[in-house]
Design a protein around this ligand. Structure first.
Ligand code: ADP
Length: 251
């Protein structure tokens, strides 16, 4: 990850607009659909700018091997994976260290929202498949996975909503894309449980001083709240309306 700064001034023009025309406090366009995979217990698809990510949930189900089951709660297992065609150059489909780390942080971001104690001796599998990536894929993946878990009917305390902020051309900006991530100076992805305002993911790549951190954190928090609205609308649309996903299971 290049956080050296580079020729980053060009990333924000004199009108204060970013390369894709956004203001510094503007999110990329977001679309969430619920329940579009027929063979998963729950699923969601998110477009977050140019990110296109599918999340699928299987379970609660029997655990294999049996000795890895827990007597008092379900085991949550997450796999974040980038398809070979999700990046500009073909990505090796074998799991990279980065994907293994992101799988772990996604599990840790989702777990506090789940009532795993309701499903002892079972497993819940969450697959986050990145079809197209453009920076911020872990956040978009978490937001989609949390909707997919709700779609699977897993008992939850809250949804989990995620968004990043960062530092680009010396300015704090909301929701960094891939170019801004690579050319910018910092990336701060966070995830929250919106009803209780608890933070379940907070990472920082790069450096921010105190003031910058607070500003970036508040930008990311605003982004999470907007994502939460869209997650709710997608779920309400699926279960109480007719615009929340493709109920016949086809894409
Ligand atoms: P996040 O997607 O959560 O921001 P990173 O900061 O690690 O995670 O990655 C930023 C972006 O870099 C990704 O969204 C993706 O567009 C790009 N990227 C990551 N890994 C690769 C790779 N192996 N090949 C090409 N691009 C990649």
């Amino acid at each position: 990850m290049g956080k050296a700064g580079g020729d980053s001034a060009a990333l924000i023009n004199e009108q204060g607009l970013r390369l894709d025309g956004r203001r510094i406090d503007e999110l990329r366009p977001i679309r969430i659909e619920v329940g579009i995979l027929r063979n998963a217990d729950g699923s969601a698809y998110i477009q977050f700018g140019k990110n296109k990510i599918m999340a699928a949930v299987y379970g609660p189900k029997e655990v294999h091997p049996k000795h890895s089951a827990l007597p008092d709660k379900s085991v949550l297992r997450c796999r974040y994976h980038m398809s070979p065609f999700s990046t500009e150059e073909r990505k090796n489909p074998a799991p990279s260290r980065r994907e293994i780390e992101i799988s772990k942080v996604i599990r840790e971001a989702l777990e506090p929202a789940l009532m795993l104690e309701d499903y002892p001796r079972t497993a819940i599998d969450v697959f986050v498949e990145v079809l197209q990536s453009d920076g911020g894929s872990r956040c978009a993946g978490i937001s989609a996975a949390s909707v997919a878990l709700a779609d699977a009917g897993i008992n939850m305390r809250d949804l989990v909503s995620a968004c990043a902020a960062g530092k680009v051309a010396g300015q704090i900006v909301m929701d960094v894309d891939d170019t801004e991530d690579k050319e910018g100076q910092a990336d701060l992805p966070i995830a929250i449980m919106p009803m209780s305002s608890q933070v379940t993911l907070l990472q920082l790549d790069g450096q921010l001083n105190d003031e910058e951190f607070h500003k970036a954190f508040n930008f990311a928090l605003d982004g999470c709240r907007r994502v939460y609205q869209l997650q709710r609308e997608a779920l309400i649309g699926k279960y109480f309306g007719n615009n929340g996903g493709n109920s016949d299971g086809g894409l």
